[in-house]
Design a protein. Structure first.
Length: 586
């Protein structure tokens, strides 16, 4: 009877309100836990159980939380701003952070316009007044938008959308954004100005649409407010903290700023007696509780957008809007996938085959990786780089929670002292049965020639090596591979050429190229009950074929059905047997 193996579905935690439209995409293949109202402590206690976390602006994804997340592959922000996510910590842990860069842009822009008009026409005050039974027409006279100057700080997606709508109102549009696209600005009738001060002086309305980053925190403080007209109205639908709340309250009290419309605050929800709560309570302020993205349409958009990306990541594919990973087009990703497998095998083969050279803390090795043939034309080699690092490190790191991927490969390589130089060569592969191949060359360091002199000093139980061949250790180590029929092959290992599939348990023996070696190894393995699945004899690579003390050597690669015991490994190494034997699992 065959007992089916139970593989639990990956789990997704959703601690905030996310629209069901996207969640429907997840529910069939994953276990979806919608758990609103969790405290930071409760979230930390359960995060280790989840592969994905989907959030909005309320959940604080701290380094501490990410440290407790043992299996987390993705943090998906159903919205734009990722200022509530410690992206640096996520990158270190190899956790992809994705967002929905445009799903709620229109909602945020329309909300900005709604606040602008609400302040200009006293809508909040007038509504409260009439509901209280009053009829105060002369106290509530407003101003018009038409003909006024709207100054925009941050002319990105939301800023430009606000500009297009305001243009329809007949407003004069100016903006400050040192990185803005001048063509898009001109198309939206916006005049870009070179300094913040200049737009502050001219603004009848000022609206902010930058992310909250070091350069934008407190960018409008008392000094900046002092440059503005007394009647100016300030709008913030971006992030709390970009306009200093205390300074603004003071200016409103002093009558040096006319009014404000705010959707976002330094503390959300605002605590009592904070600058945020004082601003909200001010009679010249119209405030909303972070509703910029809260429309049915925007919530559907962002939910579908991030849920599709979560599905992609949990299926081993790359997302379209990663904040901390390169964007790779699906077509390119498909082309690269077999080479990703090859590079991971090559890295793992290196670490296991040359295990005596690899210190578990640091490699201190320089690798040259060359992509030759058609592969030299690809746009990004990042997935290949990451696969190589993963292959190099996985055999010597605990896999428990250790996630090596395109997100953190560079950081991890640096931490381990691995230096990888990538090169491309458009070598003609017409005479070869493949269109591309990859060469990994580990450059020998001088100290290598002083390393181990006999098998007993090896730090690998799977390696035996003759003392007479130490000269070979001071040479570069070379592994070459190619892909055929989507399958990875190794075509060269050091000075030896021979094709083999890097898969399963392989016994790699270096021996004198003389009669009887195959029989000797075969009979030893047979006696130990180890079955040989395939065998490949690799002679010397032709470029190294010059007569020297190694030219009579060959490499024997045997695919075996189980690991070979230490006794058998030692028995292989005799004068009539092999010079070196390594066991690798790929
Ligand atoms: N209240 C809400 O519910 C929502 C708020 N937002 C927030 O709106 C803001 C803007 O979002 P997007 O337009 O999508 O971002 P974006 O990335 O498209 O645009 C941001 C713009 O700010 C500019 N910028 C950056 N640093 C600057 C600086 N120091 N001075 C001037 N300009 C600077 C950039 O060049 C860029 O053009 C974000 O903070 C986002 O989180 C977005 C959606 C909803
Ligand atoms: O997308 C953004 O940046 C927002 O601020 C929207 O926040 P929310 O998802 O509504 O909590």
């Amino acid at each position: 009877m065959v007992i089916p193996v139970y593989t639990p579905k990956p789990k997704i935690l959703i601690p905030e309100k996310v629209s069901p439209d996207g969640l429907a995409l997840l529910k069939e293949r994953f276990e979806v836990d919608e758990r609103k109202g969790l405290s930071a402590e409760e979230l930390k206690d359960i995060i280790a159980n989840y592969e994905a976390l989907i959030i909005r602006s309320e959940t604080k994804v701290t380094a501490e939380l990410l440290g407790a997340a043992k299996k987390l592959q993705v943090v998906a922000r159903a919205g734009v701003g990722v200022d509530n996510v410690d992206v640096v910590a996520a990158t270190k842990h190899g956790i992809i952070v994705v967002n929905s860069p445009s799903g709620n842009i229109n909602a945020a822009a329309e909300h900005t316009i709604a606040l602008m008009m609400a302040v200009a026409r006293n809508i909040g005050d007038a509504s409260a007044s009439i509901k209280a039974g009053k009829w105060e027409r002369s106290r509530l006279v407003g101003i018009e938008a038409q003909g006024k100057t709207l100054a925009i700080v941050g002319l990105g997606k939301v800023g430009l959308t606000v500009a297009r709508i305001a243009n329809g109102f007949g407003m004069r549009l100016i903006a400050y954004d040192p990185y803005a696209n001048p063509t898009l600005a001109a198309a939206a009738s916006v005049t870009l100005k070179p300094s913040l001060a200049e737009i502050l002086e001219e603004a009848d309305f000022l609206t902010l649409h930058t992310p909250l980053i070091a350069s934008t925190r407190d960018m409008i403080n008392a000094a900046e407010l002092a440059l503005m007209k007394k009647t100016a109205i300030i709008l913030n639908v971006a992030r709390g903290g970009m306009i200093n709340e205390d300074a603004l309250v003071e200016a409103l009290d002093a009558g040096t700023i006319g009014g404000a419309g705010f959707d976002v605050f330094t503390s959300e929800p605002p605590q009592a007696n904070t600058s945020a709560s004082r601003l909200i309570a001010h009679p010249k302020v119209v405030a909303t509780p972070h509703l910029g993205a809260s429309t049915k349409e925007a919530q559907e958009n962002v939910s579908i957008d991030v849920c599709e990306q979560v599905v992609a990541i949990l299926s081993g594919e790359l997302p379209r809007s990663a904040v901390n990973a390169p964007i790779i087009l699906p077509e390119e990703s498909r082309t690269l996938q077999p080479y990703v497998n090859l590079l991971e095998k090559m890295g793992s083969l290196y670490t296991q085959h040359y295990s005596s050279r690899v210190n578990s803390k640091s490699f201190r090795t320089t690798f040259d990786i060359t992509y030759e043939g058609a592969l030299a034309n690809i746009n990004t080699t990042k997935p290949l780089f990451a696969a190589l690092v993963k292959g190099l490190l996985t055999p010597i790191t605990s896999s428990d929670g250790f996630n090596i991927n395109i997100v953190n490969a560079e950081i991890l390589a640096k931490e381990r002292g691995i230096l990888i130089n990538e090169q491309r060569s458009r070598e003609n592969t017409e005479d070869k049965p493949y269109s591309s191949f990859v060469t990994l060359r580990a450059r020998a360091s001088r100290s290598l020639s002083h390393q181990r002199t006999d098998a007993s000093r090896s730090n690998s139980p799977n390696s035996t090596r003759t003392p007479v061949k130490q000269a070979a250790e001071s040479e570069d180590q070379v592994i070459q591979g190619f892909v055929s029929g989507n399958k990875p092959f190794i075509s060269r290992l050091d000075r030896f050429k021979g094709e083999f599939v890097p898969s399963g348990t392989l016994l790699i023996c270096r021996n004198f190229d003389s009669c009887g070696k195959i029989g000797f190894v075969g009979s030893l393995l047979g006696k130990a009950g180890v079955n040989i699945k395939f065998m490949n004899v690799a002679p010397l690579h032709e470029v190294d074929g010059a007569e020297d003390e190694f030219s009579s050597e060959a490499l024997m690669i045997l695919g075996v059905d189980k690991p070979v015991g230490e006794n058998v490994m030692k028995a292989l190494y005799t004068t009539e047997g092999v010079l070196e034997a390594n066991l690798v699992t790929l």
